[in-house]
Ligand binder design. Structure first.
Ligand code: G6P
Length: 611
């Protein structure tokens, strides 16, 4: 997804922008660009591909400019090419714009501007903003006023920055439904779409709110509103992420580092939220809506991608432990249904980034229909966090790898906390609550034991890396994990992976089984063990290879399957927190064997802010 970094201050801007753009790489992008303001002139450079392409192109550049803007683009309107990369400029080359989001009415505006004599050089929606500002400047000499007027004509979402020769030593920033954060330091003023682009320079930040317009200067900033010229105050905050948290810390990839951070992610999700003596969980973020929440007649979990599989498991565990009626829906489909929500419906949106456009659209629809809307979000201050009535934060720290791992395990952990929260208000006894907490608290150590087997899992991955097709099967609590395991493999190694509820095998997918189509089977010792065993036999009978994730010490499976990966014993309710770990590692090592670009897989984005 697109990323923005801006700087105006006392240092040369170019290195600041390049460094910031590198920190934004994890969001997924296909091209990048910068513009620098120096001696009343703006110089721009753009490149397709990685930031290193941009750097290579800039090798000959020397610049003392102390004001500049930088952008990573993830194509939405027009293919990835230099012409479509940001910054985009007006006809005169005096106004340069970088933009995250989508201008929905750009075609009509573009037509109008072309009729008025403007010349367009890209296929993007963003370019209309530069020309709209140019047009507005004809009537209003003041750039700030022109930006305000231009944005009044725009329908859609934007986090944007404007650099102009008309406004020396300053940058104008505006946002609507797309994050923008200001960074304040002695060496200058920054703006970025993501706090990770700022933390190397400053921890003092200001989260802009919708329709804020900020003017950055070397000594600070001034914020007004797009609808009212009066200055507004936004609280400065200190971020608790440091640069280290956003770096790989010795791991070859962010994804591997994040897989290894999972014991900590589980602990962080639980921290301060369990009362073992009473067998309860305390979720402070829900305190304000507690009565309404407990009165609910229906709970709907909405989310996308990996977060959707967390929701699927959420339904299993909530239904298992409580009497609530629970539904799940893919956020992008939610709005297409003729939603006949019961009274007292609660919709819980699950989103790592808190910015996923489909999930945002789903919660807006749910609100319109009168539901209480809650969020389970990792990114503090994100759109979903702000638009929900109440919620729970993951506290999982930044997740940089595009393929979600620790955020998923953190989401699951919080869904267990939520289950306990609700179940203890129904029939779950204090002793069962205490046992629930004991099981949950034992998970981080058990994950560590599985991580200690990474070398064995890497060996298995080496044996299977040349296969092109995989089947993943599981039942009950392990079914969503089979789906998630297959998604991990698809995302980072581009291999074909199908996931099925194991009972569905016989209804079609079994036709695919042959020696070149291995199956990954989740068969922990639980209530579905015998049936999983039968599925594994069926695969073996058709000469299919099997990798089985089962319970350590299993006496039968290692002899039956081709490769066995054991996880520590647990009750079946909690097994998913363990069985997912070998599947993440398997996907990681298969991708590594195949030389894939693990942290930024092709075509994928970390934060998908388009519908
Ligand atoms: C993208 C990411 C996935 C993620 C999904 C939902 O597709 O690549 O890893 O699961 O979005 O994201 P969210 O931030 O809402 O959890």
């Amino acid at each position: 997804m697109c990323g923005i970094i801006c700087y105006v201050g006392k240092q040369p801007a170019l290195p600041v922008l390049l460094e910031g753009l590198k920190r934004l790489e994890y969001r997924g992008y296909d091209s990048s660009g910068i513009a620098l303001l120096e001696d009343e002139q703006i110089r721009r450079f753009r490149a397709v591909g990685k930031i290193r392409e941009l750097e290579t192109g800039l090798i000959e550049w020397t610049s003392d400019a102390k004001t500049g803007i930088g952008h990573t683009r993830w194509a939405t309107h027009g293919k990835p090419c230099v012409e479509n990369a940001h910054p985009h400029s007006d006809c005169a080359g005096e106004i340069f714009v970088i933009h995250n989001g989508i201008i929905e009415n750009y075609l009509a505006l573009k037509q109008e501007l072309i009729t008025a004599g403007h010349r367009f050089l890209s296929e993007t929606d963003t370019e209309v903003v530069a020309h709209l500002i140019e047009e507005a400047c004809r009537e209003h000499a003041d750039l700030e006023e022109a930006v305000t007027r231009a944005l009044a004509r725009v329908r859609g979402t934007f986090g944007l920055a404007v650099l102009s020769t008309r406004h020396a030593n300053s940058i104008i920033i505006a946002r609507r439904s797309s994050p923008m954060i200001l960074g304040i330091s002695d060496s200058g003023t920054f703006a970025a779409s993501d706090v990770s682009a700022l933390v190397a320079h400053t921890k003092q930040v200001v989260y802009l709110q919708d329709d804020d317009l900020a003017v950055l200067t070397p000594d600070g900033y001034r914020i007004t509103n797009l609808h009212a010229p009066a200055e507004v105050n936004r609280q400065e905050q200190t971020v608790d992420w440091d640069v280290d948290a956003a770096e790989k810390q010795g791991f070859e990839h962010f994804m591997l580092k994040e897989i290894h951070e999972q014991p900590e992610a589980v602990r962080n999700a639980m921290r301060g939220r369990l009362v073992p003596s009473e067998g309860i969980s305390v979720l402070g973020g829900l305190a304000g809506v507690r009565e309404q929440f407990l009165r609910m007649e229906q709970l709907i979990l909405v989310s996308c991608g990996t977060s959707f599989y967390a929701a699927m498991l959420g339904r299993y565990i909530l239904e298992f432990c409580t009497d609530f009626r629970v539904e799940v829906d893919v956020a992008s489909e939610f709005r297409y249904r003729r939603l006949n929500l019961r009274d007292n419906t609660v919709v819980l949106a699950i989103s790592q980034s808190g910015e996923t456009a489909d999930t945002l659209a789903a919660i807006r629809e749910a609100k319109r229909k009168g539901a209480l809307v809650l969020g389970l979000v990792n990114v503090v201050g994100s759109n979903i966090a702000r638009e929900t009535d109440a919620g729970i934060y993951n506290h999982a720290g930044p997740e940089i790898g595009v393929a979600s791992t620790k955020a998923f395990v953190s989401q699951l952990t919080i869904l267990y906390l939520l289950t306990l929260y609700l179940a203890r208000h129904q029939h779950m006894s204090v002793t069962d609550g205490q046992e629930f907490i004991r099981e949950l608290e034992s998970i981080p150590d058990k994950i560590e034991q599985i991580l200690a087997k990474s070398a064995q899992i890497q060996q298995v991955a080496r044996r299977y890396a040349q296969f092109r097709d995989f089947m993943y099967i599981g039942r009950k609590f392990n079914y969503p994990i089979a789906l998630e395991g297959a998604l991990k493999l698809k995302e980072i190694s581009y291999l074909h992976a199908e996931a099925y509820a194991a009972g569905e095998m016989k209804h079609g997918p079994i036709a695919l089984i042959n020696p070149d189509f291995p199956s990954v089977c989740l068969a922990t010792q639980d209530s579905t063990y015998d049936k999983m065993m039968a599925n594994i036999q069926e695969i073996k009978a058709r000469c299919g290879r099997t990798i089985v994730v089962g319970t350590e010490g299993d006496a039968q499976l290692p002899a039956l399957c081709d490769d066995f990966i054991g996880v520590p014993a647990s009750s079946e309710l909690f097994a998913p927190l363990l069985t997912v770990i070998p599947l993440q590692l398997l996907a990681y090592y298969i991708a590594l064997e195949n030389g894939c670009e693990i942290d930024q897989p092709r075509n994928l984005a970390k934060s998908v802010t388009v519908e």
